[in-house]
Design a protein around this ligand. Structure first.
Ligand code: PLP
Length: 827
């Protein structure tokens, strides 16, 4: 095992070992007690939803025992805590994972059965906590669970949005968004902490304080941040971390004067303005919404979190000098980069530190994870907006910048300071949040080897030359508990049989599965497990899409946010080429396929929405064509979320990871599929490269341009007419789409989409088409040889343990958070 540092808390036996029957009886009594005394219902009148809440409350009690022990232990040992700041946590459901981590799935299922209730049915009723858009938010959720499993004392900080990511419906082939309402039945997992409320200021005036260098900030507007805590339990109940989400509350929820004068709207105006901050998640993960509310959200949760951790540290240690020894603050992307200025403000203005020492503490405490190099996604805020909303922070940022640039100038007078500056002077003076985070951190990491290298070569090249040791890489990871043990019990059982029961504790042991890659009996077992998972998915497809699919067909899956760089368009164009090919040679043996898509488009992203429309239009034509009936089906599953991903991934044969090379920072969907034994068809992008290195080139289907080739082609583009002339298939597909073959009611529906591709193929859809198409035909050939296919599948599962979030967390611990010297009493 690559264990970067010793586990802090040894795994221990439950305090009172008991027989399984005892345990069932106890859990049963606990559930009934919750039902009676927390919900006020007796078993004979309880509705399914009451049982769900009672089961959650009973499970939560078990988590709380672990949680209190973890917290006590952290205080007693004074071990370093990790504070993970993220604007998004894409959690999904919690009941099933919590029970599994506690070893209570069996007892709970049995207890409920005796009460006449089906646990599996209850589990599907739990709403997804969708406080995130995609990969970045899901990563934060995986890391919270992994920190609790590896034994890192951790608190996650974010926003408790009233409304998470919108719900998606497909209506006439088009995406329709409706508000999400996860709190409508309350949230039984959380604890409101009214006593943990902090004042968050905006605007106002600055006056010099008595001490030199200190400034007194009198905000013009103040709101409260109220904490809501959710414990997150790790594997085998080893440890629990805390997810602390902030809710915005007005200081004066009601103006009685206004109310008494009959101004009912004015009476709650302050309240509405304040509470808007935690009202909705921004429906976008890659472009900054140039809105004041977004900046208010970012400052709101960053300030509340820093005030909270400073207060906790002072209570435990009495002073802030040793903050960096006891606290690691990880910024998940640039959204919380104001933490750099806020920590300086707290240290200098509120705790009397002189500048140099405050800066030392700040940079030693904070580190920053970058998630994207897309220029349009690198957040910047207008200086004028910052000065109005956060005047003291703007002042501090100017001072940080002046000192930084002075230092660089002294070292090397030739340096291009404009490229380094925290202020972009070219676009109407804006604060570069990524530069603020970079300069204010001791380590900055990318999320895959390729991405970290590109950081050094592109957007962060100037800063990297000043701080050559600052950028490091920690390739993303996923929690194997949710994405393998829980999502795929069949495969887990086979892995336990073949690699030993302990694979669930040490996922590294699945390497041994590779020795069975050629074993026909193992292939048969895998085929049966996969078929079972596919039957379950087929049922969902029938319910949600009204399409019947054959589990014997190759399930070819692309599920992720809909985005031009992720290239769902390339996939659907190739699907049309396949459809054409089958129709032109109907008597050939075609490998039957089901093309499965799912994903949401940001509500303002017209091209992405048009791609969803095209997929559904193609599905409508293909699924009703008698000639291709047994060979090809296309489905778009609505409302992609964590729960749907858990159902789809274990049923996938082929994993589509086909982003334009150089544009997907890492991807984590790719890891989930490979671990579950799907074969990847993908580009040399993000973590696909590292997956390929581990599973071996015979077990992954790589196609298309490299990141370097993409860059060269952008500088010197090949005319699209030439590319199209070289591929009769591509030409036929584009003509059909542009000509309205798939949208007969509105023939020019996709004229613009095709025109965009041919005018400027920025995402290399045309450039990569032939390579992708030919690779798909190689997939057909491999699929026909099932022995070969299962060998590839085994090799994928066996060699993907490295993508465990536990490994990623250990790397963070050793290289970024300096957790190697933890308290005594380690396993
Ligand atoms: C894993 C995951 C993602 C990230 O998927 P990518 O393919 O890496 O973009 C997004 N959404 C959900 C619900 C996920 O589970």
């Amino acid at each position: 095992m690559t264990q970067g540092f010793p586990l802090t808390v040894p795994v221990r036996e439950p305090s009172a070992p008991s027989s399984p029957d005892d345990q069932v009886a106890r859990v049963k009594a606990q559930v009934v007690r919750k039902l009676s005394y927390s919900l006020g219902k007796s078993p004979d009148v309880a509705q399914a939803h009451d049982w769900l809440t009672a089961a959650i409350l009973a499970a939560r009690d078990h988590v709380i025992d672990v949680w209190h022990r973890s917290t006590r232990e952290s205080y007693a040992t004074g071990r370093k805590r990790v504070y993970y700041l993220s604007l998004e946590f894409l959690i999904g459901r919690s009941l099933s994972d919590t029970l599994n981590n506690l070893g209570l799935t069996g007892p709970m299922a049995q207890a409920l059965e005796e009460l006449g209730v089906d646990l599996a049915m209850l589990e599907t009723m739990e709403p997804d906590a969708a406080l995130g858009n995609g990969g970045l938010g899901r990563l934060a959720a995986c890391y919270m669970e992994a920190m609790a499993s590896v034994g890192v004392a951790a608190l996650g900080y974010g926003i408790r949005y009233d409304h998470g990511l919108f719900k998606q419906r497909i209506d006439g082939g088009k995406q329709v968004e409706t508000p999400e309402d996860w709190l409508s039945f309350r949230n039984p997992w959380e604890f409101e902490r009214r006593e943990s409320a902090y004042k968050i200021g905006f605007g106002g005036t600055l006056t010099p304080a008595s001490e030199p260098g200190q400034v007194l900030w009198t905000p013009g507007e103040t709101i409260f941040a109220v904490a809501y805590d959710t414990p997150v339990v790790g594997w085998k109940g080893r440890d629990a971390s805390t997810l602390r989400l902030w809710r915005a509350r007005a200081m004066h929820p009601l103006s009685l004067d206004a109310f008494n004068q009959g101004d009912l709207v004015g009476a709650v105006a302050e309240r509405n303005r304040a509470e808007a901050i935690s009202k909705v998640l921004y429906p976008n993960d890659s472009t900054p919404v140039g809105q004041e509310l977004r900046l208010r959200q970012e400052y709101f949760f960053t300030s509340a979190s820093l005030q909270d951790l400073v207060r906790r540290h002072l209570r435990q240690f009495g002073a802030l000098d040793n903050l960096a020894d006891k606290v690691a603050i990880q910024l998940n992307d640039t959204h919380p980069s104001l933490a750099v200025a806020e920590l300086m403000r707290l240290l200098v203005d509120e705790h009397g530190f002189e500048w140099e020492r405050a800066w030392e503490i700040t940079t030693a405490t904070i580190s920053y994870t970058n998630h994207t190099l897309l220029p349009e996604a690198l957040e910047t805020w207008p200086v004028a907006l910052m000065e109005r909303l956060l005047p003291r922070h703007m002042q501090l940022i100017f001072r940080i910048n002046a000192r930084f640039l002075d230092g660089v100038r002294r070292e090397n007078p030739e340096t291009d300071l404009a490229a380094l500056s925290l202020i972009d002077e070219h676009h109407g003076r804006r604060v570069r949040m990524a530069h603020l985070a970079f300069v204010g951190s001791h380590k900055v990491n990318g999320v895959s080897a390729l991405h970290s290298n590109l950081m050094k070569e592109t957007v962060f090249a100037p800063l990297n030359s000043v701080f050559p040791d600052r950028i490091t890489n920690v390739t993303n990871g996923i929690t194997p508990r949710r994405w393998l043990l829980n999502a795929n019990p069949g495969l887990t059982g086979l892995l336990q049989e073949t690699c030993g029961e302990r694979v669930t504790d040490d996922i590294g042991l699945i390497r041994q599965f590779g020795a069975l890659a050629g074993d026909a009996a193992v292939h048969d077992r895998l085929a049966a497990i996969r078929r079972e998972n596919k039957l379950k998915l087929a049922k969902i497809i029938r319910q949600d899409c009204g399409v019947t699919v054959d589990p014997a067909a190759l399930f070819d899956v692309q599920i992720k946010r809909i985005h031009e760089y992720k290239r769902q368009l390339l996939n659907i164009l190739e699907t049309i080429a396949l459809y054409d090919a089958i129709r032109s040679e109907p008597y050939r043996e075609w490998a039957p396929r089901v093309k499965i898509f799912a994903g949401k488009a940001a509500s303002s992203y017209a091209t992405a929405k048009s791609i969803i429309n095209l997929i559904n239009d193609v599905a409508a034509v293909v699924n009703n064509d008698i000639t291709t009936r047994d060979r090809l089906k296309v489905v778009f599953l609505p409302n992609y979320n964590v729960s749907l991903a858990e159902a789809i991934i274990p049923a996938a044969d082929l994993s589509e990871q086909i982003s334009t090379a150089g544009m997907e920072a890492s991807g984590t969907g790719n890891m989930k599929f490979a671990l579950n034994g799907a074969v990847t068809i993908g580009t040399l992008d993000g973590a696909n490269i590292e997956i390929g290195e581990r599973v071996g080139e015979d077990n992954i289907m790589i196609f298309g341009m490299t990141a370097d080739q993409v860059e060269a082609a952008r500088r010197n583009p090949r005319p699209s007419a030439d590319i199209i002339r070289d591929s009769a298939q591509l030409e036929g597909v584009l003509d059909a789409v542009a000509g309205g073959v798939y949208s007969p009611g509105e023939p020019d529906r996709y004229a613009g989409l095709v025109e965009g591709l041919t005018a400027n193929d920025w995402f290399m859809v045309l450039n990569d088409f032939e390579s992708y198409r030919l690779t798909q035909r190689r997939v057909d050939t491999l699929w026909a040889d099932q022995g070969r296919w299962w060998r590839m599948s085994v090799n994928n599962t066996a060699h993907c343990a490295w993508f465990s979030a536990d490994r990623a967390i250990r790397e963070y611990g050793a290289r970024i958070w300096s957790l190697s010297t933890t308290a005594p009493g380690q396993g």
